[in-house]
Design a protein around this ligand. Structure first.
Ligand SMILES: CC(C)(COP(=O)(O)OP(=O)(O)OC[C@H]1O[C@@H](n2cnc3c(N)ncnc32)[C@H](O)[C@@H]1OP(=O)(O)O)[C@@H](O)C(=O)NCCC(=O)NCCS
Length: 183
């Protein structure tokens, strides 16, 4: 039974339809806004330099943004997009589909801001567990997720193909009790 509905009504979450978290006080130029289908090209442009081995097209982003249960958040600095996160909710589970911050904007807290914004949103929909997959050799992302409380619950060998090299994926999960402590 689908239970991805907010505490206040029965609306299935659609990207762009929810109020986004506000800018952090420590850095007023930084902000989060919801992504909608019109942002597909923006998301593709952010994704490409972050995942050069597997860029997602504008059409693919549009399809994702238009699908039910999708949350998209874009981090901006003085209105310029710097990164984004996409999450999908189904039943009482959520999944982080992708998270990316432009190389020049990293280590400034934007990834944590995006993840925190997604967690705040997901909590409203009574999600029991948030899952994601991360490459076993992706130390930066693993450190970010670990700081947010995610724990490893599985491993998928040879999940990512990079040319002739395959890399395993770790499956990480964040259970409900931990949703109270955003990164
Ligand atoms: C992973 C990614 C989103 C992190 O974004 P970011 O904006 O640089 O992250 P933040 O600045 O918010 O970092 C938050 C914390 O994560 C950890 N972290 C982030 N980058 C790290 C790195 N390169 N090495 C070690 N720890 C790192 C640190 O604990 C950091 O806190 P600190 O800066 O106070 O030490 C970014 O590196 C990225 O887009 N990578 C390419 C795409 C990718 O791998 N996405 C994840 C797919 S699962």
């Amino acid at each position: 039974m689908m239970s991805a509905s907010p505490d206040t009504d029965d609306t299935v979450p659609i990207a762009g339809c929810d109020p986004a978290p506000v800018s952090p006080e420590s850095r007023p130029t930084l902000g989060l806004r919801s992504a909608c289908a019109a942002d597909a090209a923006v998301l593709a442009a952010l994704h490409a330099p972050c995942f050069p081995e597997d860029p997602w097209s504008t059409a693919a982003m549009a399809t994702l943004l238009e699908s039910p249960g999708m949350l998209g958040l874009i981090a901006t600095d003085t209105d310029y997009p710097q990164g984004f996160i996409l999450c999908r909710l189904a039943a009482d589970e959520g999944e982080v589909l992708t998270l990316a911050v432009l190389p020049a904007a990293r280590r400034q807290g934007i990834g944590a801001l995006l993840l925190g914004g997604a967690l705040a949103w997901v909590r409203r929909y009574r999600v029991a567990t948030l899952f994601l997959e991360v490459a076993e050799d992706n130390e930066a992302a693993q450190a970010l997720y670990q700081a947010a409380g995610f724990v490893a619950v599985g491993r998928r060998p040879r999940y990512y193909q990079r040319g002739t090299v395959s890399v395993a994926a770790l499956v990480l999960a964040l259970p409900v009790p931990d949703l109270g402590s955003d990164p």
